[in-house]
Structure formats: structure tokens, C-alpha cells
Design a protein around this ligand. Sequence first.
Ligand SMILES: Nc1nc2c(ncn2[C@@H]2O[C@H](COP(=O)(O)OP(=O)(O)OP(=O)(O)O)[C@@H](O)[C@H]2O)c(=O)[nH]1
Ligand SMILES: [Mg+2]
Length: 209
Amino acid sequence: MIVLKVVLIGDGGVGKTAIRERYLGKGFDAQYVLTIGADFATKDDVIYGTPVRYQIWDLAGQERFDGVRGVYYRGALGALLVFDVTRPDSYFNVPKWVKELWANNGRGKLPIVFVANKIDMRESGEETISAEQGRLFAEKLTKMTSREGFACHYIETSAKTGVKIKDAFSLLGESIMKYAEKRNMIKQKTSHPVQSIPSQPIVKQMQQK
Ligand SMILES: Nc1nc2c(ncn2[C@@H]2O[C@H](COP(=O)(O)OP(=O)(O)OP(=O)(O)O)[C@@H](O)[C@H]2O)c(=O)[nH]1
Ligand SMILES: [Mg+2]
């Protein structure tokens, strides 16, 4: 089993906790209970034929937690960077989150999946950040990481309806496996499903260094 530490980041109230709970099969709660510091959960999945365990750190997005958030990034291998399509400020703030992630995890540039959440709200006719704007930023991120061997994908989700929540984690897992392969952190090829499973959690060992 390979352990992948991932962080959920983005402004307060964009839906990070709702995405995590939906991914864990806990349904959707319409009430906003802000995260204090960080919440933690694990979930197992299979990426490129390899069993992985996501260690999910769901970080508090409110500015009042800016001072404590840094410690949670250490050892992370990737992030879901979430914004709320109904709140332009949460979209324009994303560079702050990229900077914070890359500055604090201990390895520099990491895979990111850029997540446009609350797309169910588009149906209400409310003005929202467009898919084109979302893709534009993901392309910028991909250019910034072109030497690292992974792309930064863009995906549109709704924690309310559940649409594309699992896909967001799968995309991140795939990018992380490519990243880890390029850095020789894992032995298997990501281009083919692999049969053999490493006996030790190699990525976890790397994390603990
Ligand atoms: N309509 C709709 N509401 C959502 C969606 N995702 C989250 N919400 C609501 O948005 C509010 C904030 O969601 P949270 O998941 O708590 O936000 P957060 O990003 O974890 O916020 P912090 O913990 O403060 O950083 C809650 O009232 C959720 O029910 C969604 O996809 N659609
Ligand atoms: Mg939260």
C-alpha cells in the first residue's frame, strides 16, 4: 500500500469539507461549520492498478488560520485547490494558495488539481466563474510545472450533487503517481497497470524523512 498525503486548500467556505465528506460517502450537509486548524481522514483507492491510501488533510481556509496552516503541508504530495464558482474572490485568491503549498511542503512544486466547486449553483442563473476562466488558470499552473513531469488538471464539481468528486481525487492520484515515478519514489510504471505491489509504503518513508 502506498500512502499519499494530500491537502484540501482554498478560501474559507468554498466547500473543501463538503468535498471530503462526499468523497468519504457521508452525504452533504447544507450548514456551514468552518474547519478549525485541520480535519483528517483516510480513504483507499487504486491508481494505475496500484492500491493507494489517501491521507486527506482538509485545511481551514479562513484567514484567521493563516498563521497555523503552514505546518500541515509538510510531506504532502499534492493538493485539491478548490474555489467556489459563485465567489470570484475565491478564484482570484488561488495564487496565494499555490504559493503557500509549494513553500511549505518541503519538496517545492507539487501536483495540483484545480477544482471549481458548487457548479449546481450555475442552474440558479447566478453569475459564476466560467469553465474557460478555470481552464486558463490550470493551463498557467501546468506551464509552471512543465519540468516536473505532471499536468495540473481542471475539474468542475458539486459536493451537493456529488458530481465529479471521485474523479477529482483520481486525477490527483494519477498526477502524484507520475510525479513520484519521475522522482524515483516508486518503482512501477504509471503508463501500464502494474501487477506487483511494493511490500513497503515507499512514499510514506519519503514523507517521514
Ligand atoms: N450549493 C452548494 N453548496 C455547497 C457545495 N459545497 C459546499 N457547499 C456549502 O458551502 C458551505 C461551506 O462548505 P464547507 O465545506 O464547510 O467549506 P470549507 O471550504 O471547508 O470552509 P473552511 O473550513 O472554513 O475553510 C456549506 O454551507 C456547504 O454546505 C456545493 O457543491 N454546492
Ligand atoms: Mg472546512
